[in-house]
Write a protein that binds this ligand. Structure first.
Ligand code: FAD
Ligand code: MLT
Ligand code: ZN
Length: 462
């Protein structure tokens, strides 16, 4: 038997024959990412069902010199969840799928916390929390597929960061398996616990390069009794940023402030159907959501009216159907852009006050790097996070990525606000973080994963 068939045999012994997918047809959906820009070939997809099985898979792969690609819902947009086109050391790659770890434990009502398996989807967690009278602080468009483990690994952000922070801020405890198969577990749910290095914080955003997340203890937030949404038209990104700032100041209950533009909205309407919300075209659109224990519509209306000259037009969405229509205009950008071709997706943040300047300069930079390319911008304006999507350049052509990421860094921003580095942006990591930071990251990686079996080629340049 070859080394690879030996490894397959030991993986089957670890998780059961039916959970080792070696057939190319069964592997296919796990080998290409959501954007279709990133793909590679795996020896097998292994679907572990318990933390002990995860540990056994890691031990077997390490002994066989195979690389492990952790995978949750495979909705990540930077190529970290699928095999590399070329594994840095030419080793076989095993996709370790965590979606079977989807336990939802009983909500701890007194602590406002819950412990869930890494493979539970965000949507399942949200419904579970709601059943106990709570909500979860992070929300994003891929809620029905994205898993809690993947969201921790990417430190996912989403639409409510201005209110509740990203995934890292929701973490009270964690269970994870390190590269040698050891299980680290601290799940008692103590908010105050100053006993050394905080492993949940370290693993949040580590993109599967330091350990496999198997369970998490998460903080919950009060379930808002009522919500109100407004769609506000402004002259441009500068005005939308000013509006978002003013609403943040005047609305303590502000949950989301999202930005999009006419061209993106038109694309969404062509892709999904529906009609324009405003008769006239405007330079930018801001979707604002507030929450409250009583109907916050009047409070939102008053705050929008208070912004006077910044508002060109506004629609208050008074029922659930109108709110859903407004949210669809924003959330459906991702799928509408994807339907145009394989996008270059650049998830940057710049200081909020410079959003308007960035919008102008990024269009010029893309025009120079890739004449004729189509650019769609949208994002979470409340936290300065803009998604730059470019259709046209071939997937392997990095000229546009270079231009956008260099501009973000030059303007005091970051090359990744919420999606992570993945394989897409390793070449720019040092320009963003600096050599000293990257050296510390390499030292941590070497200490926890000395054979570099966990997601090689992701986050740190190979
Ligand atoms: P995957 O894509 O499977 O994996 C992502 C990374 O985490 C990979 O590096 C993988 O190796 C690693 N990983 C996965 N599971 C584990 C684990 N258990 N242990 C260790 N490492 C693991 N992201 C945002 O931040 N905000 C948004 O608003 C947002 N909106 C989106 C909307 C759409 C329509 C889509 C398609 C994506 C969106 N995303 C957004 C991106 C994506 O949903 C997030 O990055 C999410 O956190 C990925 O979760 P996942 O389970 O799909 O992870
Ligand atoms: C979003 O905010 O819509 C997501 O992060 C996905 C994307 O960038 O398209
Ligand atoms: Zn986003």
């Amino acid at each position: 038997m070859s080394a690879e068939s030996d490894l397959l045999a030991s993986l089957r012994a670890a998780v059961g024959d039916g959970h080792v997918l070696a057939d190319p047809a069964l592997r296919a959906g796990h080998e290409t990412d959501w954007s279709r820009r990133w793909r590679g070939e795996a020896l097998a997809v292994v679907r572990a069902g318990t933390v002990e099985e995860v540990a056994a898979v890691l031990v077997d792969c390490r002994a066989a010199g195979a690389a492990i690609i952790p995978q949750g819902g495979n909705t990540g947009l930077v190529g970290g969840s699928v095999p590399r086109g070329r594994e840095p050391r030419g080793r076989p790659q095993v996709v370790l799928s965590l979606t079977r770890l989807r336990d939802l434990e009983v909500v701890d009502v007194a602590a406002a916390e819950v412990t869930v398996g890494a493979g539970a989807t965000l949507g399942a967690l949200q419904a579970h929390a709601r059943g106990a009278g709570y909500a979860f602080g992070v929300d994003l468009g891929a809620r029905d597929s994205a898993t809690i483990g993947g969201m921790i690994a990417t430190n996912a952000g989403g639409v409510n960061v201005i209110r509740h922070g990203p995934m890292r801020q929701q973490l009270v405890g964690l269970e994870a398996v390190t590269a040698d198969g050891a299980v680290v577990r601290r799940l008692p749910g103590l908010v105050k616990d100053n006993t050394g290095y905080h492993l949940p914080s370290l693993l949040a955003g580590s993109e599967g390069t330091l350990a496999i997340v198997t369970r998490a203890r998460l903080r919950l937030v009060p379930l808002p009794a009522r919500r109100a949404v407004a769609l506000v038209a402004a002259d441009g990104a500068d005005e939308a940023a000013a509006l978002s700032g003013e609403l943040r100041r005047t609305l303590p209950s502000l949950l989301a402030a999202e930005l999009f533009f006419e061209d993106g909205m038109e694309l969404v309407l062509r892709h999904s159907g529906g009609s324009r919300p405003f008769r006239e075209q405007h330079g930018a659109y801001l979707l604002v959501e507030v929450e409250g224990s009583r109907d916050p519509t009047d409070e939102l209306l008053g705050a929008v009216e208070g912004c006077g000259g910044l508002v060109r037009d506004a629609i208050m969405c008074t029922d659930e159907a109108e709110r859903a229509r407004a949210w669809a205009l924003r959330e459906r950008h991702t799928e509408a852009v994807n339907a145009q071709g394989v996008p270059h997706k650049l998830d940057v943040a710049v200081p909020v006050g410079r959003i308007g300047e960035f919008v102008r300069r990024v269009k010029e930079a893309i025009g120079e790097a890739a004449p004729g390319a189509r650019t769609y911008l949208y994002g979470h304006i409340g936290d300065g996070n803009l998604h730059v999507n470019v259709i046209g350049p071939a997937p392997e052509d990095e000229a546009v990525d270079d231009a956008v990421l260099e501009l973000a860094i030059a303007m005091g921003g970051t090359i990744s606000a919420e999606h992570g580095i993945g394989v897409a942006k390793t070449a720019w990591l040092e320009a963003d973080r600096g050599a000293a930071d990257v050296a510390v990251m390499r030292a941590i990686k070497a200490a926890l994963d000395p054979d570099a079996i966990l997601n090689p080629g992701v986050l740190l340049p190979a």
